[in-house]
Design a protein around this ligand. Structure first.
Ligand code: MEV
Length: 313
């Protein structure tokens, strides 16, 4: 018997990093997915195969002793098979570029939690999300939970740590052009760097949190009328706040400039330090934005919002 689940990647449109300190963020799921297949095996082992490698271990190992990006899958499988006699084989397929801020690890946790738990019994989306966040914490303890939430429910949403998520009702018709710096980053290290910035600059950080909150309330209003020009201006402004907290670098700044030249606005998405930026476009400037990135030799691709979220088969 097999159980299969897929979950979308994500883009943080506004509010990354500040969300860790209670500010609202706006996120959307994107039409690139991770698919996880789980099967019971007679041999009592947990084996995981993905395009970033393999992991095969007996159950009951200490999570802190496992040094592998596939650790969240092991955590989920080990937790779920505790009450059963079986082993488990997990296969991961991805069309989300890995480790560049597009939610590949959150999508893995969500699709993994769904495929593994549903192999044994029915689980609701709420239960799956709870498990997925627990699994994500094995690689990034201070997660705000925002990424797993949008990968579970899909669409575009506002999220804050205290109140969870609220789906945004309008269905904005924009394209995001994602460009990859090809600089790998560790979310945990960059979040720790922002914490240090906050501790050394309490007043400035608190002022930036207030400005980010105001910007997000404005965007929520502008989304109601699909005012892409005003939303683009907020993208540019949010990028300035991210530069102030020190998560940008020369390459990312250059990419933002290129993205901005033809689109409504461009910014880093996710942790920063490397990873991806996005440029906000519609049908009028999509192709020219892609051309600009390609002319400057940057990998890029266009995505739309995914409204499906977690899917199980
Ligand atoms: C990472 O995709 C987003 C951060 O805001 C961290 C988090 O929300 O957990 C940097």
């Amino acid at each position: 018997m097999k159980s299969k689940a897929s979950a979308p990647g994500k883009v943080i449109l506004f509010g990354e990093h500040f969300v860790v300190y209670g500010v609202k963020a706006i996120l959307c799921a994107i039409d690139k997915r991770i698919t996880v297949t789980a099967e019971k095996t007679k041999e009592r082992k947990i084996s995981i195969k993905s395009n970033i490698g393999k992991l095969e271990l007996e159950p009951n190992k200490l999570i802190s002793e496992i040094n592998s990006p596939l650790k969240p899958f092991y955590y989920l499988a080990d937790k779920i098979i505790k009450n059963y006699e079986t082993g488990i084989k997990i296969t991961v397929e991805s069309d989300i570029p890995l480790g560049v801020g597009l939610g590949s690890s959150s999508a893995c946790c969500v699709a993994g939690a769904a495929a593994i738990s549903r192999l044994f019994s029915y689980a609701t989306k709420e239960e799956i999300l709870k498990l997925a966040i627990e699994a994500e914490k094995t690689i990034f303890e201070n997660t705000s939970g925002a990424d797993c939430t949008v990968c579970t429910y899909g669409g575009i949403m506002e999220y804050d740590k205290k109140n969870g998520f609220t789906k945004i009702k309008s269905k904005p018709n924009f394209h995001l052009v994602i460009a990859n710096s090809n600089i790998e980053h560790s979310t945990e290290t960059i979040v720790a760097g922002v914490r240090e910035f906050k501790e050394n600059n309490e007043e400035e950080f608190s002022r930036l949190c207030k400005e980010e909150s105001k910007l997000i309330e404005d965007v929520l209003n502008e989304l109601k009328t699909n005012n892409i020009i005003e939303i683009g201006k907020k993208v540019i402004q949010n990028q300035e706040y991210l530069e102030k907290i020190g998560i940008s670098n020369n390459k990312l700044k250059e990419m933002v400039k290129i993205g901005h030249s033809e689109s409504f606005g461009a910014k880093i998405t996710g942790a920063g330090g490397g990873g991806c930026i996005f440029a906000l476009t519609d049908d009028s400037n999509l192709n020219n934005t892609i051309k600009q990135f390609k002319n400057n030799k940057y990998d890029c691709f266009a995505v739309k919002i995914d409204f499906k979220g977690l899917d199980t088969f």
